[in-house]
Design a protein around this ligand. Structure first.
Ligand SMILES: Cc1ncc(COP(=O)(O)O)c(C=O)c1O
Length: 399
């Protein structure tokens, strides 16, 4: 089957097949776990020859990976039409750091979306600042207006769309068009949508980053990250990542591959259930508004409708008044939603979110405190019944 035919297949078909090369699996359905540090050579000549050649997809030394890691990396590349290749990392934050360190040098300026994941901000304000790289934060709704923020030292624009706390959808194509016209590199944290719902390379992104810990692994039992590079952009990423000593364990890569096979199904179901729950929440007394990109009360909803192929299962809602104690009563009153960080697993989670603590150039104005929900694959009606009990606790605490 040719590459175009493969690309045109549905998401579920693509995730089942991706990365399962026979030369790596030996015909076994799941790419097995190849554990290695040392690789043995027949003689010194072979060792020298291998060492001086390109070791991509060749056994060389454990840090450069084995078919277990290559299979997952290739699967993620296959799922991102137009991509060159993917590098894996031991966490999403490690992937973000490697991508930024690949494209930035002392003296450069980075344009970073103000709604970004907090540890990404920590990296910019910490390590990057210490290296003499400055960060200028911008409004997630800036769109083509990003052009006004570009200065002589600007080197790259980083997007996270939607933001993982407040869910603003960015105008990625408009920002990419400006970046291309000015010769800037673009990076996108695409963890929420994954390439299945937002094929980043076809929208012109240079580096698409996933916290694979979320939907790829999908079972809340491993940490993993990836960066997928556009044509011509992979070599620099690989060199930086090798120099930083980045590698992931074959066991974690295996869990990533295993999770990936059901990712399309999970995403579809979690997105469907999240929308049903979001619609129900929007009607409840005590809820001011829902922040899910697929709902029209979310900033950038029109861009979501234009650019995305579907909805994921992570969203937030703003309470109608009430203080932190009332929000805590809601959250503590839930039985089916675990209280814990992360998302993208099969189980539902809830966290309190305080957006104003993680912004520097945009104001967060809301009717009340914010609650973020990760919707798992439990039955939607059970989750709604649980939330109804939690909201009752909230309303009682507000009285
Ligand atoms: C949007 C987003 N990006 C990146 C990360 C970081 O991923 P990890 O926890 O694997 O380092 C997270 C984690 O919550 C996230 O929500």
């Amino acid at each position: 089957m040719n590459e175009d035919a493969k690309r045109n297949m549905g998401n579920a078909t693509r995730v089942v097949a991706a990365g399962r090369r026979k030369e790596w699996t030996g015909g076994i359905v799941n790419p097995p776990v190849w554990r290695a540090s040392t690789i043995l050579y027949d003689n010194v000549a072979e060792m020298r020859a291998r060492g001086s050649a390109d070791t991509h997809h060749k056994l060389f030394y454990g840090r450069r990976g084995t078919p277990t890691q290559w299979s997952l990396a290739d699967a993620l590349t296959e799922l991102e039409p137009g991509a060159e290749a993917t590098f894996l990392y031991p966490s999403g934050v490690a992937a973000i750091a490697a991508a930024l360190l690949t494209v930035l040098a002392p003296g450069d300026e980075l344009l970073m979306v103000d709604s970004t994941y907090d540890p990404t901000r920590g990296l910019c304000d910490g390590l990057l600042a210490r290296m003499g790289i400055t960060t200028r934060y911008y409004d997630p709704m800036v769109g083509a207006g990003i052009a006004d923020l570009i200065g002589e030292r600007t080197r790259a624009i980083y997007m996270e769309s939607p933001g993982s706390l407040t869910f603003e959808v960015q105008d990625v194509p408009a920002i990419v068009a400006v970046a291309k016209a000015q010769g800037l590199v673009t990076l996108l944290d695409n963890t929420w949508a994954t390439p299945l719902l937002f094929p980043a390379m076809t929208r012109g992104i240079d580096y698409s980053i996933l916290a694979c810990t979320k939907y790829v692994v999908g079972h809340s039992d491993a940490m993993l990250g990836s960066v997928t590079a556009a044509p011509g952009k992979f070599d620099a990423l690989r060199q930086t990542s090798f120099q930083m000593g980045q590698c992931v364990s074959p066991d974690d890569a295996y869990l990533g591959s295993r999770g990936l096979r059901t990712m399309a199904l999970r995403l579809k179901e979690q997105g469907r259930s999240a929308l049903a729950i979001a619609g129900w929440l929007a009607q409840q007394p005590g809820v001011a508004r829902v922040l899910h990109p697929a709902v029209d009360t979310c900033p950038g909803h029109d861009l979501f409708e234009r650019d995305f192929k579907g909805a994921a299962g992570l969203f937030a809602f703003v309470l109608d008044g009430g203080k932190d104690a009332a929000r805590t009563a809601l959250i503590d009153g839930l039985d089916l939603f675990g209280i814990g960080y992360s998302w993208g697993g099969y189980e539902s989670l809830v966290v309190p979110v305080d957006p104003q603590r993680h912004r520097s150039v945009t104001d967060w104005q809301a009717e009340g405190p914010v609650v973020r929900l990760q919707i798992g694959i439990e039955d939607t009606e059970d989750l709604i019944a649980d939330l109804a009990r939690g909201l009752e606790q909230f309303r009682a605490a507000c009285r």
